[in-house]
Design a protein around this ligand. Structure first.
Ligand SMILES: CCCCC/C=C/C(=O)SCCNC(=O)CCNC(=O)[C@H](O)C(C)(C)COP(=O)(O)OP(=O)(O)OC[C@H]1O[C@@H](n2cnc3c(N)ncnc32)[C@H](O)[C@@H]1OP(=O)(O)O
Ligand SMILES: NC(=O)C1=CN([C@@H]2O[C@H](COP(=O)(O)OP(=O)(O)OC[C@H]3O[C@@H](n4cnc5c(N)ncnc54)[C@H](OP(=O)(O)O)[C@@H]3O)[C@@H](O)[C@H]2O)C=CC1
Length: 291
């Protein structure tokens, strides 16, 4: 590989489409599943899996070209119909339009997966006010606009629904991504709160916290940081995007019918043991180590 060879992470589309299924084909026949951030990484894996299980898909993200490429695969994988609607989840009016388009096309949405999100690695002291707001807006406000719109439509139609929010493993704090750690903890406790408030409407709300998952998202981290990501859990390896897709399907399928307000860590045990730095590790933490 030369210095200018583009680095790619995780499965390519063909490999992703051919992974073994652990769920029964047809499990989501007749259902409509909305996935945000479906043009890449974990979101794409989630969309592929639902398509293989028979769901009709509503996919969004900001980049139409990535979504169009995903749509072609979804149709090939067996999704009977796909709606592509580029949407910035931070714009509540755009989110409302996304739902208008979905209900116009399919008359229903059964499952919503809020996967869109992200952050940039930076020491907390160096995060600018604008950068802080951008990350909180993306991960907390954007996710809230999506959940709120989904739940209002379900309540008004008298239909049940299931929401899964993709967060990150915030429980031990997350050096280098303080803004995102704060926003994802907020999403998790928001989810637990509405899991109770919305239970009377038949709406379940759960979260999945990926640990170190090898995906296109890795490109946002420095090679030096990435080289040590596998030290982030006691299994000493990365997870893959299908690990997350399988967890999401578990929660939204019949298998998850009695799971509500839960946070499922898919992190190889990373919240128990491991060291994960998204920024250079301060020398302070090497003190006292034997050479
Ligand atoms: C394996 C363990 C790793 C940790 C666990 C998490 C893994 C993952 O999440 S994988 C990656 C998932 N994908 C991403 O994180 C997406 C990458 N990030 C972004 O797309 C953006 O940073 C953003 C969405 C968080 C913000 O985008 P946007 O609202 O469009 O904001 P702007 O680009 O206009 O920037 C506003 C403001 O934010 C600061 N900032 C943004 N990017 C960076 C950066 N790379 N480095 C430093 N600062 C950044 C900055 O203050 C910007 O203002 P200006 O300086 O005036 O531009
Ligand atoms: N990979 C990992 O190790 C971990 C990932 N996560 C989380 O999992 C999720 C998926 O990440 P991953 O697949 O790895 O990385 P990617 O960067 O590939 O995925 C992020 C997705 O979010 C979409 N997105 C971001 N902001 C917006 C927005 N404002 N409106 C609409 N779509 C948006 C992007 O779409 P587009 O470019 O089209 O806008 C992109 O498809 C993220 O929330 C991430 O933070 C959490 C922990 C660990």
């Amino acid at each position: 590989m030369t210095a200018d060879t583009p680095v790619s992470f995780g499965f390519d589309d063909a490999a992703l489409a051919a992974l073994p299924l652990v769920y029964q084909p047809g499990l989501f026949d007749g259902q409509v599943v909305m996935v945000s951030g479906a043009g890449s990484g974990i979101g794409k894996a989630i969309a592929f899996l639902y398509a293989r299980l028979g769901a009709r898909l509503v996919i969004c993200g900001r980049d139409r070209a990535k979504l169009d490429a995903c749509e072609a695969w979804l149709r090939r994988l067996g999704s009977p119909d796909v709606l592509v609607q580029p949407t910035d989840i931070r714009r509540s009016e755009a989110v409302a339009q996304l739902f208008d388009a979905a209900y116009q096309r399919f008359g229903r949405v059964d499952v919503q997966v809020n996967n869109a999100g992200g952050q940039f690695p930076k020491a907390a002291l160096d995060i600018s006010p604008k950068g802080w707001k951008a990350v909180v807006d993306n991960n907390l406000n954007g996710t809230w606009f999506m959940m709120h719109e989904a739940a209002k439509r379900w309540r008004d139609a008298g239909k049940p629904g299931s929401i899964v929010n993709i967060v990150l493993t915030f429980q031990r704090g997350f050096p280098g991504v303080a803004h995102s750690c704060a926003a994802r903890a907020a999403v998790t406790y928001l989810s637990k709160t509405v899991a109770v408030e919305w239970a009377p409407y038949g709406i379940r709300v759960n979260c999945v916290a990926p640990g170190v998952i090898e995906s296109s998202g890795f490109a946002h981290y420095a090679p030096e940081a990435r080289a040590k990501f596998s030290r982030g859990n006691p299994m000493l390896r990365h997870g893959n995007v299908q690990d997350i897709a399988n967890a999401v399907v578990y929660l939204t399928g019949p298998s998850g019918d009695f799971v509500n307000g839960e946070l499922l860590n898919v992190d190889g045990g990373g919240i128990l043991w491991g060291e994960l730095w998204t920024i250079p590790k301060p020398a302070y933490f090497n003190a006292g180590q034997t050479p």
